[in-house]
Design a binder for this molecule. Sequence first.
Ligand code: AGP
Length: 607
Amino acid sequence: MCGIVAYTGKQSAREVLIDGLKRLEYRGYDSSGIAILNSPPYWVRTVGKVAELEQRVWKDAPSGVVGIAHTRWATHGKPSENNAHPHIDCTGKIFLAHNGIIENHLLLRKQLSASGHTFRSETDTEVLVHLIESLYKGDLEAAVRKALLRVQGTFGLAVLHAAHPGQIIVARRGSPIVLGIGEDESFAASDASALARHTNQVVYLEDNEVARLEPGRFSITTLENRAVSRDATTLEVGPEAMERGSYPHFMLKEIFEQPEAVENALRGRVNHSEGVARLGGLESVQDRLQEARHLIIVSCGTSYYAGLFARYAFETLTDLAVETELASEFRYRKLNLRQNTVVLAISQSGETADTLAALREAKRKGALVLGLVNVVGSTIARETHAGVYSHAGIEVGVASTKSFVTQITILTLMALLMGRTRDISYEEGATILRGLERLPDQIREILKQSDAIRELARKYCNYSHFLYIGRKYQYPIALEGALKLKEIAYIHAEGYAAGEMKHGPIALIDPAFPTLAIVPEDGSYEKITSNIQEIRARDGRIIAVTTSGNTKLGTLVDDVIEVPHNHELLMPILTVVPLQLFAYHCAVLRGCDVDKPRNLAKSVTVE
Ligand code: AGP
């Protein structure tokens, strides 16, 4: 949830580090800090966005060529200068930036305090820098290795020592670190997007590995000091993927990228002649998939709602028994994981701690664990037995948009793949594939309504509460639409299965509590129309998202957003788009920071 960037080379470190931090800021943004090796070392931390740090750095930072920097999302200790990273040891020579959580920090802090170390922050991280100081005997890398052997918890970290100019030590366990190798310069970051501008030669550290970086070269060992040989790989994304271009916000850019994202998600995966999906990442486990009887989907937030959609999709297209579970609750359930159980972890970032913990638990119990992940090479992608990438491209906005749309596209393909080896006919398979291929142009049609949806948002953005309702395939979309409004516009919104409304939430309905009803003309249209009537009878205001040309709603609703027709299983991929736009425009009109909503972070690496 925090971001690290480190540099050693020939350029001015402050430029490289501040640029890197800005690219990582979407991961966490309540405070930040920088250390540059100079004589004396330069060390500054500020509260707030990276812009605050940048101002300080331009004013007084020296132009040293080695440094580390960090952007924080507070876990232990509130956002403050003292709690911001890098942290410093008692001698003022060692600087350390850390992502993750040190679980035994209280014990270590007690021991280190007893031996005379002075702590300046409330963070768990600070014990690391003092522990390294206490173990340092002239070899920084050895001290870091020894310290990490005494640590329980997770870390992605970068360490500098004033006595070792030019050298940066980085390490990882459970929190990503990627090295970037250039000509006479080396980089490290928690996310390759911070490096893409400088080099496309990257090396991903594995858990329990330590790397020593020097200008233009690196070496890797395990925590136990066994040498590791690993070549650099070429980064596939270019730096432009991290640019906003002419869009005012990344979220809007990413909403508008959805037609291409769906095209990319489908590319090479549609087999018309067989009426089936082709997913190369699942070929190695085809036999076990064939034997599968039980599917459990684990994920969080928006990815959880994609999982809820998948429950309907798999139940429609296969004979599997399907459960969707919040990853954070998975460990509390006594699920009967058998040989023929498949667990599917869905995650945009591939780093979500709860999802990772759930998949490790499922592996421990012998299930086949699959992943549907966006970030290539991420921890979840590497720890699952097999999986599929969603190919949404880098998503910077904290609110998931294109990753959700690609997730539900690919989940449909996965269900189709498994369904076609069971009881789905060629004709049914081919119909779904044709429908999938119509989606990009249909999304383009919906995006043309962005201005009209902004006007609708103007009419509704000052309401304090919203109800979102949908049935069957549209129920997860009601949940997702409500989450979007909550997280970026800070408007309280409840997503409900429309049929549940009369079991409680209807008590809330009055003219000040509008409802957004998702009512495409599908198999549950009549039933949800009755729910709309119940709301109308209580003077509730209603915005309906329905299929083009549906005039039957008439005066039953106040406002209508139309989306094109497609197969009813695929309609969620269309109906979610106006809900994203509605939330986006409400947030902008309310003056919210759309790409960096308060208290949130893009990748949630704490449980
Ligand atoms: C969605 O807009 C949120 N930012 C959040 O709910 C997110 O989907 C959740 O944290 C899961 O993240 P993941 O997909 O990276 O695992």
